[in-house]
Design a protein around this ligand. Structure first.
Ligand code: SF4
Length: 283
């Protein structure tokens, strides 16, 4: 029988704020974001504010924004302004749309609010060649500009690295990445490593999940570790169980957050990755 994850306590709310639109097309993207993928639409400030209001009443503690590329959303700064009035916020970005002006606005927002604002920038290699092989030609150079602008604005981002990066699973690889982050001028490097989910573009790049890669039995202690026992994802199409399964129609749990607060069957290959790796998309 398929195990179900209970909704323990909703503490984290995600927004697919840029839908599935991105200015690049990474070969490992588990939701296949691209400049032409409109499966989930860009969210408006009004849509986000409606869910923020509901989240406040439900006691949500922190907020994450992803896409696609969140900074393609022209309302991103006002959206963060509204969010930071009620809790800490984190933006997951490819780092390409961070001109000095945007970084200064982010710093101003952060300074003006009592809650913290974190920026997470993705890097998938130690150098231009390895990074751009995954993310596309010319991306590395633009991310370097974005990182320098963040450093100049006094913002210390979290660098997110997926397991496509050579050697990142071992200690030596991690130390090499920490050195790379220091080289941008960040004296306190912050690194998050994420496993690959074999869905979307990654399924074509490597392989699909095998039939045996499923959760068969779920201990109560394991259920508590899974992020879907304490998070939900809001997109333009409704509320989904988590940030990973937004292209799985059965993972849409309702139109409102309240409707989504119920157990969910863990019958998908990606659930196996979460369970085996103990992964959370939170920082
Ligand atoms: S993919 Fe991971 S976070 Fe999403 S429902 Fe499955 S176990 Fe939970």
């Amino acid at each position: 029988m398929t195990p179900h994850v209970p909704m323990r306590a909703l503490d984290t709310l995600w927004f697919q704020v840029a839908g599935t639109l991105c200015n690049i097309e990474c070969t490992h993207c588990f939701i296949s974001s691209s400049p032409t993928n409109r499966s989930h639409a860009m969210m408006t400030l009004a849509e986000v504010e409606t869910r923020l209001q509901e989240a406040r009443e439900l006691g949500v503690r922190e907020y994450y924004f992803t896409g696609g590329e969140p900074f393609m959303n022209r309302d991103m700064i006002p959206i963060l302004g509204a969010t930071l009035k009620q809790g800490p916020a984190t933006v997951l970005t490819n780092g390409m749309l961070l001109p000095a002006r945007t970084c200064a606005q982010l710093r101003e927002l952060s300074d003006a609010c009592e809650y913290s604002l974190d920026i997470r920038v993705s890097l998938d290699g130690f150098d231009r060649n390895s990074h751009d092989a995954i993310r596309g030609a010319g991306v590395w150079d633009r991310v370097m500009i974005g990182l320098r602008n963040l450093a100049d604005a006094g913002i210390n981002p979290v660098i997110t690295v997926s397991e496509t990066a050579d050697g990142i699973r071992n200690e030596e690889g991690r130390l090499r990445f920490l050195d790379l982050i220091r080289s941008f001028g960040f004296t306190k490097p912050r690194l998050k490593v994420l496993p690959l989910f074999r869905i979307g573009a990654e399924e074509k790049r490597s392989r699909a999940y095998a039939d045996w890669e499923r959760i068969e039995v779920l201990a109560e202690s394991d259920a508590e570790v899974l992020q879907c026992s304490s998070c939900r994802m809001v997109t333009s199409k409704g509320v989904y169980v988590c940030p990973i399964l937004i292209e799985t129609p059965e993972a849409r749990m309702g139109s409102t957050i309240a409707e989504s607060l119920r157990p969910f069957p863990l019958r998908y290959g990606a659930c196996h990755t979460c369970w085996v790796e103990g992964v959370s998309c939170r920082t």
